[in-house]
Design a protein around this ligand. Structure first.
Ligand code: GLN
Length: 470
């Protein structure tokens, strides 16, 4: 079910909001996927009933059931960020993005599973157990927004919100076969979203179709006085531009991406095939070079772990995750952080405080910040010559549960194609292209800052061509 189809069903009284909400809740209750950390059953049903009673379905998302990543604050509904530190945290306010969806009439089915504090690429880092890939229950759904992606692909919500700091929307969307949009840094307010790395974090939709992603973006994007990194740039009518002709558009194919060590043969072929499809629709494909690609992973991980170590400092047991029986303040800090943080946040704190410490800050943090600037400049330069880039999302298809969780470096390397968009602050859309050996395939389309309209358009054409092929 897509948003547009459900809206038409609701407005034409073919279905009631209660019926729809009940059927999704039932699906969640009997699901083996573990896509949700908390289910918002009573409130969801109550809201659906109120809507049916009023009969007013004029709001843009009236009666549409949604899953929200558990790192996004929802007033009165428990929000854990996948961590034991926040196991009993019920936020007294909502994130701006959820507030906007709620005002638009969306119904919150529950909070979707994610890696702890959104650090990870498999959702195995959640303190509430891993989520399973709906296409193969022995495999990961990707991460960190694995619950959001599995919920969409497994029909446990119509669409969801995720966050993307280094690929956490696009990679799970790619692994589960749904559309995932990472926006330009600042396009969607981060207010009320639990931070991983504040200068990288973005919020965006995971949906069944490109059209749905465009529709949701129109609602959640824009300036927010609670987030000073949201510029006052108007929000276009993305949905009205989707079908515009793409002939003459130039799309860059980064050669370093396709030559990366460890890239699967099928992944490379799928990317080239997607480029061909866009070529048949009138676009021009040009091979381009991004020589700094090899520095992306170390640069990204140095910087995000540094930012994470400061963002995690507030979970000290005074406000969050207090442990009983502490002897003094130091003991309280140690017990709280020692007991309630999982492995990856602990690694982030150790790596981050190390690279920010006085003896090392110049050699690591500042160096990485300088390389980040170079990478951003490289993308800006290339994107002056081409309209967009096409690239793989993950070097390999969904891996098995347990395969990489004990090898953090292998897990980090899974992000090779996604982190650069966050380093450069540019938007990127993950689009499914089909299936191979029963597992979803897809590509990402990267664009210039604030050109979400352009990549959604290309994504729409790719999606419709892939559907025709089937
Ligand atoms: N896997 C990456 C990391 O752990 C990306 C996470 C994200 O985008 N939130 O940093």
């Amino acid at each position: 079910m897509t948003i547009s189809k459900l809206i038409s069903d609701l407005r034409n009284r073919r279905k009631t909001a209660t019926e729809i909400t009940e059927s999704y809740l039932q699906k969640i209750e009997t699901s083996p996927l573990n896509a949700y950390i908390s289910v918002n059953k009573e409130e969801a049903l109550q809201k659906a009933k109120e809507l049916d009673k009023s009969g007013d379905f004029s709001h843009p998302l009236a009666g549409i059931p949604v899953g929200i990543k558990d790192s996004i604050c929802t007033k009165g509904v428990r929000t854990t960020a996948g961590s034991k530190v926040l196991e009993y945290f019920v936020p007294p306010y909502s994130a701006t993005c959820w507030e906007k969806l709620e005002e638009a009439g969306a119904i919150l089915l529950g909070k979707t599973n994610c890696d702890e504090f959104t650090m990870g690429s498999s959702t195995e880092g959640s303190a509430f157990g891993p989520t399973k890939n709906p296409h193969d229950h022995t495999r990961v759904p990707g991460g960190s927004s694995g619950g959001s992606a599995a919920a969409v692909a497994g029909d446990e919500c119509v669409f969801s919100l995720g966050t993307d700091t280094g690929g956490s929307i696009r990679q799970p969307a790619n692994f589960c076969g749904c559309v995932g949009l990472k926006v330009t840094y600042g396009r969607v307010s981060r207010s009320g979203v639990i931070s991983y790395a504040s200068s990288f974090d973005t919020i965006g939709p995971l949906t069944k179709t490109v059209e749905d992603a465009a529709y949701v973006l129109e609602i959640i994007a824009g300036k927010d006085k609670k987030d000073s990194t949201t510029p006052n740039i108007s929000v276009p009518k993305y949905t009205e531009m989707l079908k515009h002709d793409i002939s003459g558009k130039i799309i860059g194919l980064p050669k370093e991406f396709l030559e990366v060590n460890g890239i699967g043969e099928n992944v490379r072929k799928e990317t080239e095939k997607a480029a061909k499809i866009l070529e048949q629709r009138g676009a021009k494909i040009r091979e381009i070079s991004l020589p700094l690609t090899e520095y992306a992973i170390p640069t990204y991980y140095l910087l995000v772990k540094a930012e994470a170590s400061t963002n995690l400092a507030k979970y000290d047991g005074v406000r969050f995750g207090s442990s009983s029986g502490s002897e003094d303040l130091t003991d309280l800090y140690q017990k709280t952080r020692g007991t309630f943080f999982g492995d990856e946040p602990k690694r982030a704190i150790m790596m981050g405080t190390f690279t920010l410490s006085s003896g090392y800050v110049d050699a690591y943090y500042k160096k990485a910040a300088a390389v980040r600037r170079k990478i951003a400049e490289e993308y800006a330069r290339v994107l002056e010559e081409v309209d967009a880039l096409i690239a793989p999302v993950s070097p390999f298809p969904p891996f098995s549960l347990g395969e990489k969780i004990d090898d953090p470096l292998q897990m980090y390397l899974a992000d090779i194609f996604t982190v650069t968009a966050n380093l450069a602050g540019i938007p990127s859309l993950a689009v499914p292209t089909g299936k191979q050996n029963g597992l979803p395939t897809g590509v990402q389309i990267l664009g210039k800052q604030f050109d979400e309209a352009g990549i959604l358009q290309l994504g729409w054409h790719l999606e419709s061509a892939c559907k025709e092929e089937k």
